[in-house]
Design a protein around this ligand. Structure first.
Ligand SMILES: *Cc1c(COP(=O)(O)O)cnc(C)c1O
Length: 424
C-alpha cells in the first residue's frame, strides 16, 4: 500500500500564474487594432519595466534569448568593430561565461562566432565564482567580455565580479532571465551589466506567454537594439539596409499580457519566498541544504527552490548522456530517486541545470575552476575530499523542487513528506 495518493492536479515546477486582468490589455490592443509589433502596450511596458528595474532604457523583444543575442552582438561590435555580413561580431574571440546555467545564456556567444570559456560555480550562491574568474583572466588576459547569469533567481557575487571585470576593462552582459525582481544591495538585477536581458517565458516569475527585454543605461545601445530587432531598416523611403537585421521585436499582444502581469510581480516573489521557507523548515533534520544566497547583500526572487543532498546521504547514482541509474539504499537517496518518486505522485521537479562544460556541444570549450583548469581531470570532481568542479558536484547532488506559486501549503506539506520518505 502506498503511503501517498497521487495529486489529482499536477504540481508543476513553475507554471504561468495568470490573474485575468492581462486580458484587458490584450483586448485593448484588439480594439485599437494595434496587434503587431508597435503600440501602447509595448511603449508602456518598456516604461514600467525600465522604472522597476532602475535602468534608463528597456527594449521589448520576442524572448530573453533574442535579448541576450543582441546584447552579446552589440558588445562584440563595440569591442571588435562591425563584422562582415557573413561573420559574427565576436570574430573568434573568447568570452567568459557562467557554467551552471541554461544554455540560452551562452549560445549567443556561438551565434556571434565567439568561443565561450566556462567559469566554475561557487558554493555561496551557486553562481559564477570570482576566484575562478580571476584564474581565467590569468589564463586568458585578452578576454574583454563576460556573460553572467543569476541562477534560479539568486543574485551572484556582483561586486566582486564587477571589480574583476573593471580591472581588466571587460564588458558585462547580465542574464537576469531567472532573477527579474531580485536585488543586490538594494538594486535590481538586470541593471548591473553594460547590456542586460530579462525573460517573460512561460515558467519565469512573470510571463507574457513568451517575450523578453533588453535593458541598459545607454541610449545609443537601446536605439541600436531597437533597430536591429526590426530588420535594421535605415531611414529611407524604401527598405534600405546597411546592417544585418533580425525580426526580434515583441508583439503588442504579448506586451499586453506582460503589462497585466507587472502589478503582480512582487506578489509572485512573496509567494515564491514562502515556498522556499516552507521547504527549508520542512527539511529540518534531513541531510540536505537549500540553494543558498547572500542574506546580507541580496534578496533573491526565489524563482525556484532547490535542495542539495549531503554527500554521505547519497546512494549510488550514475548519469549517462541521456539516462540515469541509481542503486537504492536504506537511509540514503539521490536526485534521480527523489525526482522519480515525485513524478509517481504527479509532481514535477527537475535536475539542476547541467553545467555547460559537461554538455556534448561545449565539451571542447575551455573550463576554468578556482584551482585552475577543470579539463582533463579524469576523476571529475574530487580532489583530497574537496570538490574542485563545483558545478558537477551540485549537478550530481542537487535538484529543483516543485516551486509553483499555485501550490497550496497543504500540497507542499505532502511534497515534503514524499521527499522525507526517500531518506528512509
Ligand atoms: C529562460 C532563460 C533564458 C531565455 O529566455 P527565453 O525568453 O526563454 O528565450 C535565458 N537565460 C536563462 C538563465 C533562462 O533561464
Amino acid at each position: 500500500m502506498d503511503r501517498f495518493q497521487p495529486f489529482e492536479n499536477k504540481i508543476w515546477l513553475s507554471s504561468p500564474t495568470m490573474h485575468g486582468d492581462e486580458l484587458k490589455w490584450v483586448q485593448d490592443a484588439f480594439a485599437k487594432n494595434w496587434i503587431t509589433t508597435a503600440g501602447e502596450n509595448i511603449n508602456e511596458l518598456e516604461r514600467i519595466v525600465a522604472e522597476y528595474a532602475g535602468v534608463k532604457y528597456a527594449v521589448a523583444l520576442s524572448c530573453g534569448t533574442a535579448s541576450l543575442h543582441l546584447a552579446v552582438k552589440l558588445a562584440g561590435e563595440q569591442l571588435y568593430g562591425q563584422a562582415k555580413p557573413d561573420c559574427g561580431t565576436l570574430q573568434g574571440h573568447k568570452v567568459f561565461a557562467s557554467d551552471m546555467t541554461f544554455d540560452a545564456t551562452v549560445n549567443p556567444i556561438a551565434y556571434e562566432d565567439g568561443e565561450a570559456v566556462f567559469i566554475d560555480t561557487e558554493r555561496d550562491t551557486w553562481n559564477m565564482d570570482p576566484k575562478a574568474l580571476e584564474k581565467a583572466f590569468e589564463l586568458y588576459p585578452d578576454v574583454k567580455l563576460l556573460v553572467i547569469a543569476h541562477l534560479y533567481g539568486t543574485p551572484g557575487k556582483i561586486d566582486e565580479i564587477r571589480a574583476i571585470c573593471g580591472k581588466h576593462g571587460a564588458l558585462i552582459v547580465e542574464d537576469a532571465a531567472e532573477s527579474f525582481g531580485a536585488t543586490y544591495k538594494g538594486k535590481q538585477t538586470g541593471g548591473f551589466g553594460d547590456f542586460n536581458a530579462i525573460s517573460f517565458n512561460g515558467n519565469k516569475i512573470i510571463t507574457g506567454s513568451s517575450g523578453g527585454m533588453f535593458l541598459t543605461d545607454s541610449k545609443d545601445a537601446a536605439d541600436k537594439i531597437r533597430k536591429w530587432s526590426t530588420q535594421s531598416r535605415e531611414n529611407a523611403p524604401w527598405y534600405q539596409h546597411e546592417e544585418i537585421g533580425y525580426n526580434y521585436r515583441m508583439s503588442n499582444l504579448i506586451a499586453g499580457v506582460v503589462r497585466g502581469q507587472m502589478p503582480y510581480l512582487n506578489e509572485h516573489i512573496a509567494q515564491k519566498k514562502a515556498i522556499y521557507e516552507r521547504y527549508k523548515e520542512g527539511f529540518k533534520g534531513l541531510p540536505v541544504t537549500m540553494n543558498p544566497f547572500d542574506a546580507v547583500n541580496s534578496e533573491p526572487n526565489f524563482w525556484l527552490s532547490c535542495m542539495l543532498i549531503d554527500r554521505d546521504a547519497m546512494c549510488r547514482q550514475v548519469r549517462g548522456e541521456n539516462q540515469p541509474l541509481y542503486v537504492p539504499e536504506k537511509g540514503k537517496t539521490c536526485p534521480t530517486e527523489i525526482l522519480e518518486t515525485l513524478l509517481k505522485y504527479n509532481a514535477e521537479g527537475r535536475p539542476i541545470w547541467k553545467p555547460m562544460h559537461m554538455q556534448p556541444i561545449y565539451r571542447m570549450n575551455p573550463f576554468v575552476t578556482a584551482s585552475g583548469s577543470g579539463r582533463g581531470q579524469s576523476n571529475a570532481y574530487i580532489d583530497c575530499g574537496e570538490a574542485v568542479d563545483v558545478g558537477a558536484d551540485i549537478f550530481e547532488r542537487g535538484l529543483c523542487l516543485p516551486s509553483d506559486n499555485k501550490m497550496t501549503p497543504a500540497e507542499q506539506d505532502i511534497i515534503i513528506e514524499i521527499i522525507r520518505s526517500c531518506f528512509e
